[in-house]
Design a protein around this ligand. Sequence first.
Ligand SMILES: [Mg+2]
Length: 376
Amino acid sequence: MRIDALDLYLIKMSMVGEFVTSFGGVQEREIVLVRARAGGASGWGESGVDGVPLYSYEDAATCWHIIEDFLAPAILAHEFPSEGIGPAMADLFSSWRWHPMARAAVEEALWDLEANLREVSVQRLYAGDRETRQRIPVGISLGIQEDFGHLAAQISEALDQGYRRIKLKIEPGKDVAVIEKVRHQFGDIPLMVDANCGYTREQGPILKSLDPFELLMIEQPLEHDDIPGHADLQAELETPICLDESIHSLRHARLALDYDACRLINIKASRIGGRTEALAVHDLCADRGVPVWCGGMLESGIGRLHNIALASLPNFQMPGDLSASRRYWHEDIIEPEVTVGPDGFVEVPDIVGLGHRVREDAIQRLVVRSTSLRQT
Ligand SMILES: [Mg+2]
């Protein structure tokens, strides 16, 4: 089968509040959306890029360029099987270099397109013959705060809302003392930290001093390209290291596990180049007895629903960063919005496609740029 068209949309969404990590603050997101159309059906995907290349070297402009000038022409010229469209796209570009977030956005759209053509859920396609859950536990990620009182209020609110794990962003100078206060005030809550590459190898002793607080994990303490450094650090720490920015592919995941550089992996399909590669990392980690969990890229509802479907697979053993739409957005672009139940679980839609309607009216209000790439 041929793909009839790929529609690209660049939208800008304002966040409910600024989100601060060791990279800096985010108040507005630039999001690239892809709609794939074929056989009278369509499917949606979202890239994890932002307007600024901080978390990743990609940004909205490079993502657009790669899709429009390279991926789309090859996809529109390709004969796809009627089943396994997403994996077929991953195979088509397997020897292409990098640009994982551009590739992931298109691949997501193709998975959703196939789900709609076959009238099954995206979850069912991702799962294949793996088991799935219909409810998944949800954690919350809280940005760096200037004021501890403000952070404590956010933690209290998150616990009241039922979130099943609290993740705090840290950076040098806003780490040990903050965690000590949190443990003192909130006791034995499920707590982890994310450094977003903010520490050097020489600052390892600071991270070692977090051991007594029995954190679930320290996420990505060192630079993204320092897997050996993480291995040395993990040998020193009792706290498990989770890698995020370091894992760009199945090969990176295998390397990290071979080096014993981490005890967990945060799977973000957009960082890894798509759902096919994410599934391969999931399966590798399952074989090695290493749990994974699903991270977030401040996605709109489209990316969030893809993440929820993926996170229902069995080796996603820890709560994911899959917060409710209202946590980040005044108004989401899906209907109904993603909600988290009072017990801190989100339901996985078991209906056709993504299971929620994509609000094209909202996309049209937010759109900055759009184009439609079609069969010629
Ligand atoms: Mg992270």
